[in-house]
Design a protein around this ligand. Structure first.
Ligand SMILES: Nc1ncnc2c1ncn2[C@@H]1O[C@H](COP(=O)(O)OP(=O)(O)OP(=O)(O)O)[C@@H](O)[C@H]1O
Length: 678
């Protein structure tokens, strides 16, 4: 590449940064000036957006056959004086050809140029001519892609905006409405694509900025791992949470041997039943005292009130108010009738007998005045003793009366989600699986406190979610605009999905669309070949690896006593990049102590020790699996867990077995043989 070209690109890049600096200065000034807090918040967000795109601001250029040229980057930048577009946002339609044009389908592109930068300096340009005679399908920007996928891992996911592939681009730009399921094997870029899609949707659909986007991930470790991707794309206002974090204030302990039962949609029925069984229809009249009067609530009256309350369709705690109003109205009628029959004749004249002198007795007056009904004791003219305003006041007093409130609460109590869930599965401590039950109960009780809804929801590692967790998520996305990414071959939870259709049917019937990713960018073909035995008989096919590493995975077999020594030796020999030791949960503590690495893990450390469940969605340069038999035997989904664990490696994989080698791994070569071949 000629120096002139580099110089030319440097000139353009410097001009771009000068513009961005000017924008940043303006935003900083506005923040400093203060004033309206909303306006200040907007300028703060703008500052964060501009800071987020500092690295790799511009990464491409398209030269078209019609002689025009556009630069592609993380955000759009315009020259103020003539509105000329200096940089096209990668999400704009104009940028699309950067990802999808091929020699077979050049889309008007003559040359695609990738611009590599370090800080604000152009370090390389890499050109692809598309108007040559090309008919072969190939990867877009192969050299840049391979450089990206073989780069050393840092414990933080990077955005892939400069090397997105056509099948990924199509998913990112797919229409916002409805549910899009992205199924793909390990390393096919599902997480990366989902996050880039969020950035794209926020760019193209203004309303999502106000309505919010939620990204749901399997663990806090995973959310930290992906936490830099969206800011690097200029998007800072996305909520990222695990399912458990979606209900604040629940203390979680993780392990749960009952997660499968708790995940089943049948729990929704049990919870509904637990709530309705708390409403008691008495078989005997309920006697309540009010201001020296004894009133009786008949079972029939209670039954009618409960039916009316249920017919409203309101949640339990709100329907309770209807129930109370009905019963209080019935009690008020009782009181009125009693007073009227005691004091007035049928045609409304005062009766002798209510009190000795034919006037209201002291007790009557007290009861009425307690109820806010003011009656002049000298007035015995024919009239309706208690009019509608009086009745209203009487009902108010009845409702406010403590003994009446207690009696009504006995029949239809106000409930909390925790009480209901305790009825169904027992008292705390709560696990992550319980959170969906608490949410279900809260929804049936009408306790919406703290439940935010979002305009679009992204669910990563979606195969892990139980039926109850799907119900919980759907409540947060009334528009059903969702991107769901996952891999049925990686389902590690007995409560998780075996079929997308079955999981989604209760919510959207068959109104969802499927997109597939087929190329594995992470795991070299040698490692994928070693996992083949794990998919045997499942009908699932592993994705095609984009590259081979030339390094074969190995397997070693040691006694329990020598395990620590061997693991320490392998870790000591590990020289470059990040290494993750992945072991069954009961070995993790011991191995971490043996290796002197902290728990819980710090993901950016050179060596980390994880359980298979924690490794979901992550990746490392090297992976050492310890005691695969323990992972395989760790529940009905041991095969998936081992498959997930083995496919976390971008370069090297070793497996250490204690005592016996699991059958699906029997074909792997020994460490010695691999070392000799290397
Ligand atoms: N177009 C691309 N350019 C560069 N790197 C890519 C591309 N697509 C995917 N990758 C890289 O491949 C790796 C795997 O991506 P990602 O984690 O999104 O895959 P996944 O399908 O979610 O995997 P898994 O299901 O195993 O968790 C990441 O390092 C990602 O950056």
């Amino acid at each position: 590449m000629s120096g002139d070209e580099l110089e030319l690109e440097q000139e353009h890049l410097s001009e771009l940064y000068a513009h961005v600096d000017a924008l940043r200065d303006e935003a900083a000034e506005r923040v400093e000036a203060g004033g309206d807090p909303d306006a200040v918040a907007v300028w703060q967000a703008e500052l964060a957006r501009l800071d987020g795109v500092e690295q790799g601001l511009c990464f491409g250029r398209l030269d078209m056959t019609d002689g025009t040229c556009s630069y592609i980057g993380r955000i759009g930048v315009f020259r103020d004086s003539d509105d000329e577009q200096l940089l096209v946002d990668w999400r704009a339609p104009l940028a699309r050809a950067f990802y999808t044009a091929t020699a077979a389908d050049p889309q008007g592109v003559r040359r695609r140029r990738r611009i590599s930068t370090r800080g604000r300096t152009v370090v390389a340009v890499d050109d692809e001519l598309l108007d040559s005679d090309g008919s072969e399908e190939h990867l877009v920007g192969e050299a840049a892609l391979l450089a990206a996928v073989t780069a050393e891992r840092t414990g933080r996911m990077r955005e892939i905006v400069t090397t997105l592939q056509a099948e990924q681009d199509a998913i990112i730009r797919s229409e916002e409405r409805g549910i899009l399921v992205v199924q793909g094997g390990p390393g096919t870029g599902k997480t990366a694509v989902a996050l880039h899609r969020v950035a794209y949707l926020l760019y193209t659909h203004e309303h999502l900025r106000n309505r919010g986007v939620l990204v749901v991930g399997p663990s806090r470790i995973f959310l930290d791992y992906i936490g830099q991707v969206l800011p690097g794309l200029g998007e800072n206002r996305v909520v990222a949470a695990t399912i458990a974090e979606l209900r604040a204030g629940v203390d979680i302990t993780e392990s749960d041997s009952d997660a499968v039962r708790k995940g089943s949609a049948r729990m929704a029925e049990e919870i509904a039943r637990a709530i309705s069984s708390r409403v008691r229809i008495p078989d005997q009249p309920v006697l309540v005292d009010f201001e020296q009067q004894r009133l009786s609530l008949e079972p029939e009256t209670c039954r009618d009130a409960a039916a009316k309350a249920r017919d409203t369709g309101l949640p339990h705690n709100q329907a309770r108010l209807v129930f109370q109003n009905e019963l209080v109205a019935a009690l008020a009628e009782l009181l009125v009738e009693r007073m009227e029959s005691a004091l007035l004749t049928e045609d409304g004249r005062a009766l002798d007998g209510g009190s000795a002198d034919g006037r209201l007795g002291a007790a009557d007056l007290k009861a009425l005045s307690a109820a806010g009904v003011v009656v002049d004791p000298d007035d015995d003219a024919p009239r309706e003793l208690v009019d509608s305003a009086d009745r209203e006041a009487l009902r108010g007093s009845l409702l406010a009366d403590e003994r009446i409130a207690d009696a009504l609460d006995e029949l239809w109590p106000e409930l909390t989600p925790e009480e209901v869930v305790t009825d169904v599965i027992g008292a705390a401590p709560r696990t992550s699986a319980d959170v969906a039950l608490l949410d279900e109960a809260a929804s049936l009780l009408g306790d919406g406190a703290g439940r935010a809804v979002f305009g679009h929801v992204v669910v990563d590692e979606a195969q892990e979610l139980s039926e109850m967790q799907w119900r919980m998520l759907m409540r947060r996305c009334p528009s059903r605009s969702m991107t769901i990414v996952g891999d049925l071959a990686q389902t590690g939870s007995g409560a998780g999905a075996r079929s997308w259709g079955r999981m989604l049917a209760p919510h959207v019937a068959d109104r969802w669309r499927l997109a597939e990713l087929t190329v594995n960018y992470r795991t070299p073909s040698e490692i994928m070949a070693a996992t083949a035995g794990l998919l045997e008989g499942t009908g699932l096919r592993p994705p095609r690896s984009v590259r081979s590493s030339g390094e074969n995975p190995w397997l070693e077999w040691v006694s329990r006593e020598s395990l620590g020594d061997l693991v320490r030796q392998v870790v000591a020999e590990h020289a470059e990049g990040q290494l993750s030791v992945i072991a069954p949960p009961d070995l993790v503590g011991e191995l971490a102590a043996e290796l002197g690495v902290p728990l819980p893990v710090e993901l950016t450390d050179a060596v980390v020790v994880l359980e298979p469940g924690q490794a979901k969605g992550l990746e490392f340069d090297s992976v050492l699996i310890v005691e695969p038999a323990g992972i395989l035997g760790g529940g009905g989904f041991g095969r998936s867990d081992l498959y997930v664990s083995m496919t976390r490696a971008t370069r090297r994989l070793g497996v250490v077995c204690v005592d016996s080698v699991p059958e699906p791994l029997a074909g792997m070569a020994s460490r010695e043989r691999v070392a000799a071949a290397g």
